[in-house]
Design a protein. Structure first.
Length: 136
């Protein structure tokens, strides 16, 4: 693990939440992105070395909509940067952690991602993130 890559926050409406977080963090949202595989629209903020990702569901049956229905808006996950996501996935699976996907998938912000089941991490959803290497 390299560092905390970002903190993900589930929100009902990015149109309300983006201005709120711009005011709170005193910085503009630098990027919005749709992640079709997760049925979410994301918005990213960076203040110093800290990144915040807001997640709005694109579908009433999506994982973010269901999360908000059960728990309300709030922290959804902590993302950890890794150098080699496949090696980390193997290491963690071998150590007994439950992976929510068996191969890395494309996530927001040019990342490959894998989630760990929160039952194995004291109730916190953990996302592993590896920067996608750009071919020259």
């Amino acid at each position: 693990m390299q560092n905390v890559e970002h903190i993900g926050i589930a929100v009902k409406d990015l149109n309300i939440s983006i201005p709120l977080f711009e005011l709170l963090l005193q910085t503009k949202c630098y990027k919005t992105e749709i992640v079709e595989s997760e049925k979410v629209t994301t918005a990213f903020f960076k203040q110093g070395d800290t990144k915040i990702e807001l997640l709005e569901s694109m579908d009433e049956d999506g994982v973010i909509a269901k999360f908000i229905e059960r728990k309300g808006e709030g922290m959804h996950h902590i993302a950890l940067a890794v150098e080699d996501i496949e090696a980390e996935m193997k290491r963690l699976a071998d150590a007994g952690f439950t992976l929510l996907n068996t191969i890395p998938k494309k996530g927001a912000d040019n990342k490959l991602v894998c989630f760990l089941h929160p039952k194995a991490t004291n109730g916190v959803l953990i996302e592993l993130c590896e920067d996608v290497k750009r071919e020259s």
